[in-house]
Design a protein around this ligand. Structure first.
Ligand code: MG
Length: 257
């Protein structure tokens, strides 16, 4: 498990440097869009900018590959009735987002992301084949390197695709790399070289000891998507490193109490 040692150091540094002194780091889920300041949309450039402007620790966002090899930031597999994996970017971009933006490419998103020091929590969405999954990882790494963002203190990876996490563990061991599905105990992931978990909060009701067990192995613990004060408090008390939320202001207020 040699590759894991620098990964642990990097992720602990990353989280330590970014999280609130007295609680978990605040990760805005798909940017900060649930606010009244401007008309906003999840995973838009505007929602990323809002998260940056409010100074949250980081922003989570979802990346898919189109059939013509463009990486796009969008949550669902289907946009305006078109399956992203089988549609060209030009077709997908014909209809704007509800806030008027063109569907953001990963490159446009990273250009905005580069404008602040906040963390970019990049979710690699499952693809239609292993080849496409590998192509998405290659694309993301290339785009990050081109922007001097291939840095563990600026970017971390999350995915529901265990194989993607396993490949990143080998290829980018210095980065925080969290598995999302919530169905694997920390020890098992650690044995695969994966250095973090980002699980739905229900997983931590079923297995509250997973937080401590992950920490004992030097793994980072993130949790999604936590929007109530009661749930936030439960997870703060459990000692998670990061909370991903649609209500980042609510979490900030709670941490500042
Ligand atoms: Mg996501």
């Amino acid at each position: 498990m040699k590759i894991f040692v620098p990964a642990v150091a990097a992720l602990l540094l990353t989280l330590a440097s970014c999280s609130a002194q007295n609680g978990p780091a605040i990760c805005a889920h798909r940017g900060f869009w649930k606010c009244q300041d401007v008309p906003n949309e999840q995973n838009s450039l505007a929602s990323l900018k809002m998260s940056q402007d409010y100074g949250f620790w980081g922003s989570e966002f979802d990346v898919h590959l189109t059939v013509d090899g463009v990486a796009v930031v969008y949550h669902d597999d289907i946009k305006d009735g078109m399956l992203i994996h089988t549609t060209t970017y030009e077709e997908l971009a014909q209809k704007p987002l509800s806030n008027g933006e063109v569907l953001p490419t990963l490159e446009a998103y990273l250009d905005q992301g580069k404008l602040s020091k906040r963390m970019l929590v990049l979710e690699l969405k499952p693809e239609s084949s292993r080849e496409q999954a590998d192509a998405l990882i290659d694309h993301c790494i290339r785009a990050l390197k081109e922007r001097d963002l291939y840095r563990p203190d600026r970017v971390m990876f999350i995915s529901f695709d265990l194989e993607m996490c396993k490949r990143l563990a080998v290829e980018a061991p210095e980065f925080t790399n969290q598995y999302l599905e919530g169905n694997i105990a920390p020890e098992e992931l650690h044995a695969m070289g994966i250095n973090g978990i980002d699980y739905h909060y229900i997983a931590f009701h079923k297995h509250p000891d997973w937080v401590e067990r992950a920490h004992k192995l030097g793994m980072s613990v993130n949790v999604w998507t936590v929007d109530t004060v009661e749930e936030m408090q439960y997870l703060i008390d459990l000692g998670v490193d990061c909370i991903t939320t649609n209500e980042p202001l609510k979490l900030r207020d709670l941490l500042n109490r």
